[in-house]
Design a protein around this ligand. Sequence first.
Ligand code: AMP
Length: 215
Amino acid sequence: MKLILLGAPGAGKGTVAKQLTAIDGSVQISTGDILRGAVQAGTELGKEAEGYMNRGDLVPDSLIMGIMEKRLQEPDCQSGFLLDGFPRTIPQAEALKVILNKLKIKLDMVAEIDVPRDVIFDRLCTRRTCENSDCQAIYNIKSMAPKKEGICDKCGSPIVQRADETQEAIGHRLDTYNEKTAPLTGFYKKEGLLKTITGTSSEVVVSAIKAELKK
Ligand code: AMP
């Protein structure tokens, strides 16, 4: 499947993407994960991106498009991909359209996961992430705590609160989403690709996406 997952930070895009990859081997491509990996590795990209990320601002479109143009041409994308956290601005969506046309790739659907702001705010404040950039497993201290406090079940690395998951940064990320990313729903509606799915459980959202893909 070739999908874009739209939705505010904390809407569950990453969790849904992971469940969908298990269905047909499509790869999850999370620009947030790629950027956090670059920050941890101390690469030029990471150094450029870190300040924006910690403030909860978007990284400039030019940096993101450089990453994605290369990533979409890697062989593992041929069997399908789930774009998680990209595109996030109208210029990114327009540039993606040009790349996909050039590569003769047709999207199946843009799934917007719609979750109320208060649920998202609560989820992000209690979210914890594995600090190992190759793992980045997600936990929640209220609803999905690791078996051993502070330690990732999957790889044994420490789990941490992300720098951009303080209350102040979360509020700013949600405002940025409303201002810069929410307009993408209009963009993809016009393209005839948008499906909006309302649901706070990843299982419900995954089932709804599967049902839409079968239509
Ligand atoms: P995420 O894990 O998707 O919430 O992304 C974390 C942070 O990475 C965001 O708050 C942005 O600073 C940056 N980021 C991720 N994806 C993008 C994108 N497509 N465009 C601009 N910035 C991005």
